[in-house]
Design a protein around this ligand. Structure first.
Ligand code: 3HC
Length: 293
């Protein structure tokens, strides 16, 4: 019998976690949203208020439906709140030990049938899963930014993930209005493995003054029909996140394509993280604002 996943936990309310919580609540799920402290919860609420407010302003959501959507989400600072979840999706920062510790804790707190999913971009689901007592019920569910907009979910199965868990998670992703693809556990899965070599190459071109940022971005938008150029997309993803993804892929494959361009590290050290810090390759008024510099 197909699992229903009516009550879903989301851990980590950054851009991705808050976006995933919104997708779940939009489709009628009860969402248990967890972050480490009140500051993290406030940040998550801010993302949700902003995103759903924008949908109301655009006439895509009524004020009443927005209120119902937000009512489906409760906020917590303890993982104990997830004891009755059918599925938990973690979206904490991209560090193996942090993610593995969260799943190991969930393994003790949740019932034996709860499926545990990681939204990791590039870390090994196998390594995270084996730190729990239920690696057969651990999968990757990798959403794309902005999660409320982009349809892809990469469902990552390991050599020990139970086949019915994969089938049920795929059906669940479809019920969220997403387009799932299934992939084995390799760094970058499908989309990031193809995308990040390209993004890194664009940084190297910019770094070597091959072309201006505007011309690099315009070339890919107008020449290839991409919705954003590579440098603008890096600002959306976050340079710190991009660096971590590249670094993980580089260490797994030793493919020079994924050796992070030195400029990325310099910009991160200087606090230029992209939209979330107000400045990356471009400068921003706010997370959704147009370029001002
Ligand atoms: N939250 C909710 N909705 C949003 C949103 C957000 N953060 N950003 C945009 N939208 C919605 C808008 O409301 C709008 O909906 P409508 O057309 O129904 O009114 C629609 O998306 C289009 O938005 P805009 O008109 O403001 O702007 P654009 O047409 O330029 O689209 C974009 C913005 C959706 C971000 C588009 O530029 C895009 O798809 N860019 C590429 C993003 C991409 O490649 N993401 C993948 C990154 S890699 C990744 O996530 C993997 C991870 O591991 C790092």
């Amino acid at each position: 019998m197909t699992r229903q996943f009516d009550t879903v936990g989301v851990i980590g309310l950054g851009t991705m976690g808050a976006g995933i919580a919104e997708v779940l609540a939009r489709t009628g799920r009860t969402v248990l949203a967890v972050d480490v402290d009140d500051e993290g919860l406030a940040r998550g609420r801010g993302h949700l208020d902003h995103s759903t407010g924008r949908a109301v302003a655009k006439g895509k959501l009524t004020a009443a439906d927005r209120a119902r959507l937000l009512d489906r989400i409760t906020f917590h600072t303890s993982l104990d709140a997830l004891a009755d979840a059918d599925l938990v999706i973690e979206a904490v920062p991209e560090q193996l030990d942090r993610k593995a510790d969260v799943l190991a804790a969930l393994d003790r707190i949740c019932g034996p049938d709860t499926v545990l999913a990681s939204n990791t971009s590039s870390l090994s689901i196998t390594e995270i899963g084996v730190r729990t007592g239920r690696p057969g019920k651990v999968v990757g569910m990798h959403f794309f930014n902005p999660a409320p907009v982009l349809k892809l979910v990469e469902v990552v199965r390991t050599v020990v993930t139970e086949p019915d868990v994969v089938t049920d998670v795929v059906a669940f992703a479809e019920s969220l209005g997403k387009t799932p693809v299934v992939i084995g556990d390799r760094a970058g899965f499908i989309a990031n493995a193809l995308l990040f070599g390209y993004l890194n190459h664009a940084v190297r071109m910019y770094e070597s003054r091959y072309a201006t940022r505007e011309d690099l971005d315009a070339a890919m938008r107008h020449g290839c029909g991409y919705p954003m150029g590579p440098l603008a997309l890096l600002d959306l993803i976050g340079l710190d996140t991009a660096y971590e993804i590249l670094d993980t892929m580089y260490h797994q494959s030793r493919n020079r394509l994924h050796a992070p361009a030195p400029l990325l590290k310099q910009m991160i050290t200087a606090g230029l993280l992209g939209r979330k810090s107000g400045r990356g390759f471009y400068a921003y008024d706010g997370p959704d604002s147009p370029t001002v510099v």
